[in-house]
Each structure stands twice: as C-alpha cells, then as structure tokens.
Design a protein. Sequence first.
Lengths: 113, 113
Amino acid sequence: NAGVTQTPKFRVLKTGQSMTLLCAQDMNHEYMYWYRQDPGMGLRLIHYSVGEGTTAKGEVPDGYNVSRLKKQNFLLGLESAAPSQTSVYFCASKLTAYTNEQFFGPGTRLTVL
Amino acid sequence: QQQVKQSPQSLIVQKGGISIINCAYENTAFDYFPWYQQFPGKGPALLIAIRPDVSEKKEGRFTISFNKSAKQFSLHIMDSQPGDSATYFCAASSGGSNYKLTFGKGTLLTVNP
C-alpha cells in the first residue's frame, strides 16, 4: 500500500514549456486534490475532483488544467509555464465526501526559469 | 480574503517547554478543525482534529483548545521535543463545501535541545 505517490519529484522548466504532474493513490479514494505551497502562503487549493471523470476549480486555478480519467489518478497540467508557477505541488486524497482526513503525497518541486 | 489566520509565523521553544500555536477563523459554517504537521521535504500529515461540539481534545502531548464564541482554536504541544520541529498548519472546513480544507499560512516550530 503505497498511499499517495507523485511523479516527478523535481522538475525545472523554461517559461512557456508545458508539463504534466501525475498523482496516483491506491486507497480507492473518491476525492483527490491538487495544492500548491509557497513560502508564507500555506497550502492553496488549485483544483479538485469528487470522482472519476469530474473536476472542479479551487482557490487558484488559473494557468492549470486537470483530468481524472481513472479513479486512482489525478493529473495536473501546465500548458505554458510561468515563473509565478514555481512552487511545491502536493496531491492529496480522501475516501468520501463525509470523511475528513486528507492524505498527502510527498510533493513535486517545480522551478520555472 | 484569508479565512483562517494563523500565528505566530515562527516559534522557537526549548526542549521540555510548551509550544502554542493559534488560529482564528471567520466562517461560522466551519465545523471541522484539523492540525497538520509537515516535516521538511515531506507532505503534510494529519496530527489531530476537533469538531466544535467539544472545547478540548487531547492526544498524547498534543491538545487542541477550541473557543467557538471567539472563533479561535489553538494547538498546544506539551513537553516539546526536538523531533517536534516541523511546520504546523491549522485548517478548517465545512460539510457544505464537501469538507474542502482552508489552510492557515503555517508556523515553523523549532525545538532546541
């Protein structure tokens, strides 16, 4: 039982490049989330999904897209990376709408030059 | 609009001392208040949580105190240890938003030996 895993762990992009971050969970969780963590800003919700095939915007969705084609995977895409997207990205999941604990992955550190 | 305000930003405590981190919230619909602990290079992990029907919850050396009328809650770490050195995030959520978490900005705790 690996829990929540994220790929890659580190990535450096040039401005304008695109990339996809992969989150996978093996706990059969319905809900999945993408957060970004910046110094002094806490964790801010980018997008989330309440089930396979559904996605919704969070607090800071601009510049990101997501897809949840399979229940266990949640992808975060950056179509045209900007230096302001330099951050640490965390994926999280939870079992259902009525459970509270979110389980976090180890994070992806992204630098956009 | 920051819905959960956390203080202090950083805290230095001697081994054996008491660490206290405070949070205040604005949304009276919030009904779940967790604290997450994050070690460097790791994702956050749930430490302890409380619902507003109780004023205090204790788990080992960690205690949440909750003041519904003041819309404040705090984390107390008794007999603080160097291994407690981490970043702590308070958060809040409500059933009306499917328990999406709103995080405070975090407190970096350093416990000196």
